[in-house]
Each structure stands twice: as C-alpha cells, then as structure tokens.
Write a protein that binds this ligand. Structure first.
Ligand code: ATP
Length: 300
C-alpha cells in the first residue's frame, strides 16, 4: 500500500546549515502523526516541504502518492494545510473566504455551496457566515482555517502548531475536531511543542489505533513511535532524585536527576534499596520525561 506521506533521506540547507537533516519516515493512510520538538527543531520547515511551500535540498518526498517536486499540483490537490500564522483574509466574510478557496480549487456549484455549508456547520461557524473575519475570535479564525483546508476534500491534513496562542477551552475544542476528523479516516500530520496536545491526540485511551509521535531536535528525528512504544523503549518507571546545583548564602538552587527503569516495579525496588530516600520519588514516566532525557532540554 502506498504511504500517505513518505520522506526518504530529506535535507534542507539554509546557508549551508542542515535545518532538516536526513529525515526519513512514513505515515499510513488514516494515521495521526505528531512531530514534536523545541523551537528551531525543523518542524515548520518539514511541513513547508511536505506542502510544497519550500523545496527539499535533497531527498524524496511524496504526499498522497505524488512527488512534491515533479507532481506538485497533484500533491497540492491531495492536501489541506493549516499554517501557524492565521492565513484567512480579515477583510472578507467567512463565506467569502470559503468561496474564494472553492473557486481556486475549481469546485463548481452547486457542489461548492454544499461543501461550504457542510464544513461551516462542522466547525460551528454557519451562523457567522456573513461576518467579517476580522470580527472573529482567534479560535474561530483557526476553525475557519480548518474548514477552508477541508473544502476541496483532501486526503491528508497538515496542521502547523494548530493551537498556539489559544485559550484552554478553545484548544480543547480544536483537539476534539482534530480527533474526530481522524476518526472519520483523515490522515493527519501536526507539529506542536505542547506535550498535552500530543498525549491527547496520539494516546491510546481505549483507541485500537494510537497515533505516532516523531521527536525532532536540531533537524533530526531522534525518536519515533506511539506513546506506549516510546515509554517501553525509554523505561516505564522513573525515579526522580533531587540534588543541589548551587549554594548562594543560605539559598540553594535545586534540580532533578531522572533515572529510568523498565517498569514502575523496578523503580520501586531501586528506591527501597536506597539507605537514604530523602528527595527521591517514584512515578510512571511520561512524554515530557522522555523528551528531556532525549534532548536534555525542557519545552516551553
Ligand atoms: N527561510 C529561512 N532562512 C534561513 N533559516 C531559516 C529559514 N527558515 C527556517 N530557518 C531556520 O531553520 C531552523 C528550523 O526552523 P523551523 O521554523 O523549521 O523550526 P520549528 O521546529 O518549526 O520551530 P518553531 O517551533 O519555532 O516554529 C531554525 O534555526 C530557523 O532559524
């Protein structure tokens, strides 16, 4: 079966520096895939290459079975894109934004109006159809971006940092939309630097098909798998040990050392064997622990 998204040995150089460095992975049809990494890891550049907005310097990329270099038009038709910066036209109404996109994609009426209505209903903006976009909230604008990206019935939806700058309720609502679209069979690739976003969207929680997580750092894919696979690979049990890193007068700055163990039980056995347990605690590992272990950094 052809992968919905396929990257092989992909590089992107800016000023001779590889900001994407030998990236290879595939996403199957219907899968949800999150690219997680700190600022500057190369996530946006990767999405820009996948969506034909910038060319790879080397390597092969296919989306929807089409080569992004030699079959860019066909590749573009098979994808919907929601970029980090809100890209809807503020001076047009909600409906006019949808109409423009529909015309650009040569969707003829009455199908165009049917799809506009369907997707505006889906993102709960039907009642706002005649409102100017500049009067909408940030969350509404993001939902409009999603509705517009879906109008030409793409197979794959790319979302670059979809919930950045939104309040908690709005983020939650967008996550539900993203998860629902994926349940309906839409292939999804999203970038994020929020751990809770990845855990909500990619975690099993009763789903037989959890999403996969690709952790990127300095242009490289440094880990790949479901949350459970990442936890199994790095250790499901964690012992946190507090230690002083500096002493200034009577103040001391404290930090944590993380020790991973194959299971929570193994972590507990280790703790029980310690003669002095002061400043130590045991808990199951999570995505953030794994990220810090792999990159040596914490996300914002
Ligand atoms: N057009 C460009 N010219 C030169 N350097 C660039 C260009 N675009 C991106 N970069 C550099 O490439 C690196 C990767 O940037 P990118 O935006 O892909 O990272 P990111 O993981 O998406 O980060 P963020 O979460 O901040 O968006 C950064 O060091 C950035 O400064």
């Amino acid at each position: 079966m052809t992968a919905a998204v396929f990257l092989e040995n992909v590089y992107k150089f800016y000023n001779n520096i590889p900001v994407v460095n030998d990236l290879s992975f595939q996403i199957e049809s219907g899968e949800i895939f999150a690219l997680l990494g700190p600022n500057g890891a190369g996530k946006s550049t990767t999405i820009r290459m996948l969506t034909t907005l910038t060319k790879p310097s080397q390597g092969r990329i296919e989306v929807g079975g089409y080569d992004v270099m030699s079959q860019a038009m066909l590749a573009k038709q098979s994808i919907g894109v929601v970029l980090q910066q809100v890209s809807v036209d503020n001076d047009l109404s909600v409906w006019e934004n949808m109409e423009l996109h529909g015309r650009l994609h040569h969707i003829s009426n009455p199908q165009r109006q049917k799809l506009i209505n369907q997707w505006l209903e889906y993102v709960e903006l039907a009642e706002k159809r005649n409102d100017l976009v500049k009067t909408l909230s940030g969350g509404m604008k993001r939902r409009l971006q999603i509705a517009r990206a879906l109008l030409h019935q793409p197979q794959i939806l790319f979302l670059d940092e979809p919930t950045v700058g939104l309040d908690p309720q709005t983020r939650r609502r967008l996550w539900e939309i993203i998860r629902d679209l994926n349940k309906q069979g839409m292939t999804m690739l999203l970038t994020t630097h929020y751990m809770d976003e990845v855990e909500f969207l990619c975690d099993a929680f009763g789903s037989s098909k959890p999403g996969r997580i690709g952790i990127m750092d300095s242009g490289k894919l440094i880990s790949l798998g479901t949350l459970q696979q990442l936890r199994s690979a790095h250790g499901e049990g964690l012992v946190m040990k507090q230690f002083a890193v500096s002493e200034v007068g009577s103040d001391s700055a404290r930090s944590w050392e993380y020790l991973f163990f194959p299971s929570l039980e193994a972590a507990n056995i280790y703790l029980n064997e310690q003669p002095d347990k002061t400043g130590m605690m045991v808990r199951p590992s999570n995505l953030e622990d794994i990220f810090v272990e792999l990159t040596g950094r914490q996300l914002d």
